[in-house]
Design a protein around this ligand. Structure first.
Ligand code: PLP
Length: 450
């Protein structure tokens, strides 16, 4: 470590040991026991790879937190941010600005139906907070129904709406949130044995929850079109259309949280396209600009927009539609259009990831189920295929899961892990060969820990 170093020099030559030391002294990490973590120091990243301080190269099968959809250091996004920074780094949300206007236009051109108006936020949690506020003001109702096995963000209402264990310690109640079961045949809450049965029973259950909560009190149903960190449970055919129908019948706003599933991740611009529905609001973040600068937002239907046409929307954020973030979004979306990145994600799932993971499931007894679509997959690991006993408890970890993850890392691959699942969520631009390499590493890590 050199004390003589120019402290503002954060270039590639920055001392890795100093980065680690300062991190441990001063950086307070998310979702972690502070004294028990040993964060990897990343010094460089490009495409589907990152390099640690020792120069070891890793294939990034996690897209970090499932956001580097176009991979690391994409030259077009980097250039767009640099160009924007050179002429206008920042400007308040109340003014019009080219980067913000173009980003909104491009987003609106890909959202389904008439979701043509965009409220920008800093990320996914605040997008969900604002979507619910809009729904409450639009309907004059207060309750929000959300699914168990979901994640909606780490802020007050968003964590309260979350249905997975990350809510447990931070659930302060009193936000008007009621949880219901979404469809998940592998661990069916309804004792269903087929997808069709699961779909029908999940919809009947939701109908009952609405009835018992009082339809006139329910402002919104919020769901991930394909739940992401909670397990990548692709809903059965007809489920999303069924929820849309329940919302229509009761005047409930349907909010699709596409923070993780949106912008090509699921092999469509938005995952709701798999169910052929148009929600009233879509929340997005992550893939909108590959996470190069924090950005999220709410895409708003004409009807909800009209509520605020002559009535002030009582909400805002200092950095709403930040020009650097919006310039990154413009470059990301234009690249996705020009290079058919969404089609690429679909083919990656159909040709490589889906077949590859299913082949691993044939070989490894511990893979209980393979789920996913596009570049959005998870394997669920169990200690016993018959009882489906998870390899780590819900909300916890286990030495077995730890060993598999370590095995992947030691072989040069970074997986995304949650409880008893390994999520295979590489950048959408990952080549077939890179994807095969990652699957081979997963195979070897499973072999080594069998
Ligand atoms: N919604 C979903 C579906 C997510 O996956 C996430 C983050 O992983 C969020 C919301 C929260 O987004 P952020 O961390 O940007 O606030």
């Amino acid at each position: 470590m050199t004390e003589l170093m120019n402290k503002s020099d954060l270039s590639g030559t920055y001392d890795a040991a100093r980065a680690y030391e300062l991190d441990r002294a001063h950086v307070f990490h998310s979702w972690s026991a502070q004294a028990e973590i040993t964060p990897m120091v990343v010094t460089r990243a490009e495409g589907s790879h990152v390099w640690d301080a020792n120069g070891t190269r890793y294939l990034d099968f996690s897209s970090q937190l499932v956001f580097t959809n176009l991979g690391h250091q994409h030259p077009r996004i980097v250039a767009a941010i640099q160009e924007q920074a050179a002429h206008l780094c920042t400007i308040a949300p109340a003014v019009a600005n080219g980067a913000r206007s173009e980003a909104a236009r491009l987003i609106a051109s890909h959202t389904p139906g008439d979701l043509d108006h965009v409220f920008f936020t800093n990320g996914g949690a605040d997008a969900n907070e604002h979507a619910v506020r809009m729904a409450r003001l639009h309907t004059g109702r207060h309750k929000v129904l959300t699914t168990y096995r979901s994640y909606h963000g780490g802020t007050h209402l968003a964590v309260n709406m979350t249905g997975d264990p990350r809510r447990w310690a931070s659930d302060h109640g009193s936000t008007g949130t009621v949880h219901f079961f979404g469809p998940f045949l592998y661990r069916s809450a309804f004792h269903a044995t087929t997808e069709a049965e699961e779909c029908q029973r999940a919809l009947e259950h939701l109908e009952q929850v609405v009835a018992l909560e009082g339809p006139a009190t329910v402002a919104a149903i919020v769901l991930e079109a394909i739940p992401g960190t909670a397990g990548i449970m692709v809903p059965p055919p007809g489920y999303l259309a069924g929820v849309r129908e329940i919302c229509d019948r009761h005047g409930i706003v349907l909010i699709a949280d596409e923070v993780m599933s949106g912008f090509g991740r699921a092999g469509r611009w938005f995952a709701v396209e798999h169910g052929a529905i148009t929600p009233d609001l879509i929340t997005f973040a992550k893939g909108v600009n590959s996470g190069y600068v924090p950005l999220g937002g709410v895409a708003i239907s004409d009807e909800i927009y009209s509520t605020f046409a002559h009535r002030t929307y009582p909400g805002g954020l200092t950095y709403s539609g930040h020009p650097l973030a919006c310039a990154a979004a413009v470059a990301t979306i234009c690249t996705m259009e020009d290079e058919d990145v969404v089609g690429r994600a679909e083919r990656l799932g159909e040709d490589v990831l889906g077949p590859g993971l299913r082949a691993l499931a044939e070989k490894h007894e511990r893979i209980g189920e393979v789920r996913g679509t596009g570049a959005f997959w998870a394997i669920e690991l169990v200690s016993d295929r018959t009882t489906r006993e998870p390899l780590a408890p819900y909300g916890g970890s286990s030495p077995e899961m730890g060993a598999i993850v370590k095995g992947c890392q030691e072989r040069g691959m970074l997986p995304f892990v949650n409880y008893n699942r390994i999520h295979v969520v590489p950048p959408l631009t990952t080549t077939d060969d890179e994807a095969r390499e990652g699957l081979a590493i997963l195979d070897a890590a499973l072999d080594a820990t069998a």
